[in-house]
Design a binder for this molecule. Structure first.
Ligand code: SF4
Ligand code: SF4
Length: 466
């Protein structure tokens, strides 16, 4: 009788295990289970093997997507198995390569305009963009958007999760976006501050997600009035490292819907978070909103960590321990930011073509600025409104020719010069010198600039200059 062959039992390298539990599902003997402790090398809870139960079938090795998570072991018995990498080279995946499933566009019937507040319009825009996953923590003045998603998503087989905090919510978005699914949150200024670390992770790991920030008065908890003081945070911050995200600034409920839909498109186009910057007044303001004639049925990107055979080798991570690798990663991200700057600048203008007084404003203050332009025109002043719709990237290409014609610029904002800083920085990077006189109107704490203030400031500046 020949010697009894004992199949080698698997060797588990816990520091390479990412805890996906595929081996647990594959094991016919229930010999694998998640450990109760986090591995200090990986920061992840790995699996453990009960060798007394294991029969060495090797199914777990085949199931493991990690090159060194599980490998065939050597037993002290009749045959000695060589290290498979020495024999066969690096473990290769036989999984077919994932192919992107494109989005589909579904026709909608013509409908009467709705009269709804900005937060509702944003939520409807997200639903029409195919978003079925929401993670958030309610915060005034954005809560109605969250509320609407909580009501609607369960009826659409979606997922609504009220997380324990904004920190938890953003990390849920990281996971959901990493699976290639459109996801979003509604939040407000202090909530965004808490989300910054997660946003930075998402940017580094190239995970899409849409953040609707209905800005409120600050600093600190401030109040629930409208402000625009998060512009600096969103345009120049977004966590540590070299981070940027397209920031869209709607000024009406209609734009809340349209730009939220656009935000999902941009988030997946660039594999990057996109921020909607609304202000507290816009969030609560009611206005007519016409629904689009098409909605999106999202596909699935090829890079998604989806859990099937094709997507098995995909990995989403924001850590790059090698200095060279991290530098290359940053170079790649910066090229992506350059593309956003080249391709995604968006502005809207009102009576700008012959404007000698250029009023710069976005969000709700742009409504007051528009009224001021109309009044100033009646007085014979050649005023015009330039409204950045993308505050990052600042729409400098459309702005430069208008600045060159202008005799003065008046920046109107509900913050301490954050919009003006973006404008000046964009002009400086574009090498524009010999700027006209720049005036500013800045209000805070929930107080919005008023039409009469803008008119008075323009007229005062006119007198000073004449
Ligand atoms: S070798 Fe087979 S029995 Fe042993 S842990 Fe792996 S799957 Fe389970
Ligand atoms: S399949 Fe591999 S990575 Fe996943 S839990 Fe098992 S050992 Fe860890």
């Amino acid at each position: 009788m020949g010697t009894k062959k004992i199949r080698p039992k698997p060797i588990l390298e816990q520091e390479y295990c990412k805890g996906c539990e595929r081996c647990v599902i594959a094991c016919p003997k229930d010999a694998l289970h998640l450990s109760s402790e986090i591995n200090p090398m990986s920061g992840i809870t790995p699996v453990e093997i009960e060798y007394e139960i294991c029969n060495g079938c090797g199914l777990c090795i085949a199931a493991c997507p990690e090159p060194y998570g599980l490998r065939a072991g050597q037993m002290e018995s009749e045959f000695q198995l060589e290290d498979p990498e020495k024999l066969f080279g690096k473990k290769q995946s036989t999984a077919p390569k994932a192919v992107a499933i494109p989005d589909e566009y579904l026709d909608l019937p013509e409908s009467e305009p709705l009269v709804i507040k900005g937060t509702y319009a944003g939520a409807i825009g997200a639903l029409l963009a195919g978003c079925r996953h929401f993670f958030g923590y309610p915060i005034t003045p954005s809560t109605e958007g969250t509320e609407l998603m909580a009501k609607v998503l369960p009826r659409l087989d979606g997922a609504f999760v009220q997380a324990v905090s904004e920190v938890a919510a953003v990390n849920m978005m990281y996971g959901c976006g990493g699976a290639g699914l459109p996801c979003m949150t509604f939040t407000s200024s202090p909530g965004v501050s808490l989300m910054l670390e997660g946003i930075s992770y998402m940017i580094s790991a190239q995970v899409p997600g849409v953040f609707v920030n209905i800005m409120r008065g600050g600093p600190g908890l401030g109040n629930i009035g409208p402000e625009q003081a998060d512009l600096k945070l969103v345009c120049r911050g977004l966590g540590h490292g070299n981070t940027h995200a397209i920031a869209l600034a709607p000024s009406t409920p209609q734009e809340m819907l349209d730009l939220t839909m656009k935000a999902f498109h941009l988030a997946f186009k660039y594999r990057n978070p996109v921020i909607i910057l609304g202000d507290g007044y816009l969030g609560q303001m009611t206005g007519p909103v016409k629904l689009p004639r098409q909605m999106v049925k999202p596909g699935l990107p090829e890079w998604a960590v989806w859990g099937d055979e094709q997507h098995r080798n995909n990995l989403i991570a924001s850590i790059k321990l090698s200095e060279i690798d991290l530098e290359q990663h940053n170079i790649m991200l910066n090229k992506k930011y350059d593309l956003m700057c080249q391709n995604e600048q968006l502005s809207a203008t009102f009576l700008c073509d012959d404007a000698e007084v250029l009023i710069i404003a976005c969000n709700t203050p742009s409504q007051m600025a528009k009224g001021a332009v109309q009044a100033l025109r009646k007085q014979g002043v050649k005023a015009g409104l330039f409204r950045p719709v993308t505050v990052w990237p600042f729409p400098i290409d459309d702005f430069i020719p208008r600045v060159k014609r202008a005799k003065k610029i008046v920046v109107v904002e509900a913050s301490n010069g954050q919009l003006e800083d973006e404008m000046r920085l964009a002009l400086s990077h574009a090498g524009v010198q010999n700027l006209p006189v720049i005036e500013s109107i800045r209000r805070f704490g929930g107080v919005l600039p008023q039409m009469h203030e803008i008119i008075e400031r323009v007229n005062t500046a006119e007198e000073v200059l004449s």
